[in-house]
Design a protein around this ligand. Structure first.
Ligand SMILES: Nc1nc2c(ncn2[C@@H]2O[C@H](COP(=O)(O)OP(=O)(O)O)[C@@H](O)[C@H]2O)c(=O)[nH]1
Ligand SMILES: [Mg+2]
Length: 451
């Protein structure tokens, strides 16, 4: 099958709405579309043509629509593209699509428009992958990152790193094959260059660790002894009465979660069973669940009852707190302040709140947000990778680390050049300059039909 055969799909979600769009792309779409349009239809590109759309067989009007023609290669796919913007009734859209198929179009596969854009050199693979991330972005920050990728920041950086390595490889291999003509690279130069590239990859890797927050969100867990007001705070922060609140210790069992949007970031708040040794089987199961979730938490929200002195129970919890980012929340501010925390906690951010009166709640949100912002400030989030790209980045990074050790151990040039070729090849896989068919299928199958 020719790669530019005509494909068509409904690109807008099915359902009632103002406008529904059908996109058609391919080499001979003007011929296929001719019987749908007036014989006088003017194929002026990038112009909105308001026109009836006819049934090619019966010549009945199917709908009145705005038709835009993008002449290839100046189009999304690089081929001739037509977008028919008609009324968004699933019936009308299906009617037009089914007739397009009768007249010679094929229903586009998932992501096929973007795959063609990639095949026709309209975008590199990191940009193509970013298109799916833009579609799936569910927070303002994630959206910004994906847009950065669509503009190709990651691709540019990786290309720059690769082009720093290429001359090294050429000279290394030249010196091995033609020692009389090509001088060997001094080890010190080689070491310096590899270290520089290694630092570049280090920098991109750091962005991944913190930047993952931007994509998947930040998880904060409310943790503390029973009855300090964790569930009340959870309800107040989420603005819903999701968690059951009672004066009886041991009420919360399951881990509850809610997602807030703070400053464009998704923040997942978890409410947990109060930590204590319980002889109640179900409560103990809840406590164990909370402990299991701890490893996936980014920020602990340690809740204490400030109307009481620092207790034995607080001390027990303090002893089990993992070393991780933490905000201390002193709740029940409306009942007075009896709580003095041990000195070792003086460096942690601390908020005084009352879940009952709501005083101090906004400070908790601000504290979480400023913590996230402090981590991501100064990072180029345009370098944020998806899982596939991250795998390549980690492989290239660890191979480079290994090569630097080999250089220090004075390993021969042919071994170094073999690994260097590998690193370049992995980076090419990351940027999409070296790709396999199955890799492409895997990437584009994540798309929806019509993109
Ligand atoms: N006075 C006062 N009572 C509170 C406050 N927060 C929670 N409570 C009460 O403390 C009890 C335990 O609250 P809950 O949210 O279930 O605590 P949890 O066990 O830590 O989840 C309930 O009776 C709440 O009404 C607060 O800020 N001030
Ligand atoms: Mg509770």
């Amino acid at each position: 099958m020719p790669v530019d055969d005509a494909i068509a799909a409904i690109t807008t979600p099915i359902g009632e709405g103002g406008v529904g769009i059908i996109r058609i792309s391919g080499g001979e779409i003007k011929e296929i579309l001719a019987p749908f349009l007036n014989s006088r239809f003017n194929w002026q590109a990038r112009y909105v043509h308001f026109t009836p759309i006819y049934d090619p067989q019966t010549k009945q009007v199917l709908d009145e629509a705005c038709v835009i023609y993008f002449k290839g290669p100046a189009s999304y796919t690089g081929e001739d593209v037509v977008e028919i913007q008609c009324h968004s009734s699933p019936y009308i859209l299906q009617q037009i699509l089914s007739r397009l198929i009768q007249e010679g179009c094929r229903l586009a596969e998932k992501g096929e428009f973007t795959k063609r854009a990639f095949m026709n050199g309209k975008m590199d693979l990191t940009q193509a992958e970013a298109v799916i991330d833009v579609i799936q972005a569910d927070s303002a920050q994630a959206h910004q990152v994906s847009l950065g990728h669509v503009k190709g920041q990651l691709y540019e950086k990786i290309t720059q790193v690769k082009s720093a390595l290429m001359p090294l490889l050429e000279q290394l291999e030249g010196a091995i094959d033609f020692p009389d003509e090509v001088p060997a690279i001094p080890r010190e130069t080689l070491r310096h260059q590899l270290r520089t590239v290694h630092q570049d990859l280090d920098q991109i890797q750091q962005v991944q660790d913190w930047g993952a927050w931007v994509k998947s969100g930040v998880t904060c867990m409310l943790l503390g002894p029973p009855n300090v007001g964790k569930s009340s705070l959870f309800n107040r922060l989420s603005g819903e009465d999701k968690a059951i609140v009672t004066p009886h210790p041991g009420t919360t069992r399951d881990v509850l979660d809610v997602t807030l949007q703070l400053g464009g970031f998704n923040v997942h708040i978890l409410d947990t069973a109060g930590m204590r040794d319980s002889d109640q089987e179900i409560e103990q199961m809840g406590i164990n669940r909370a402990k299991e979730r701890l490893s996936k938490v980014d920020i602990l929200l340690w809740v204490l009852d400030q109307s009481q002195p620092f207790s034995e129970a607080d001390m027990k919890i303090a002893a089990t707190l993992p070393k991780m980012p933490m905000i201390i929340i002193k709740n029940k501010a409306d009942l007075g302040d009896q709580l003095t925390l041990p000195d070792e906690y003086s460096s942690f951010s601390c908020c005084r709140v009352s879940a009952k009166t709501k005083v101090g709640l906004s400070a908790v949100k601000e504290e979480i947000l400023s913590f996230i912002q402090a981590q991501v400030t100064g990072m180029n989030l345009g370098f944020l990778c998806n899982t596939r790209q991250r795998g390549c980045l980690d492989r290239a990074h660890s191979l480079l680390s290994q090569m630097i050790v080999q250089l220090d151990e004075n390993q021969p040039d042919d071994l170094i050049s073999f690994d260097l070729r590998q690193v370049i090849s992995i980076l090419a896989e990351l940027s999409g300059d070296e790709i396999t068919e199955s890799l492409l299928d895997g990437i584009f199958s994540r798309f929806c039909v019509g993109k």
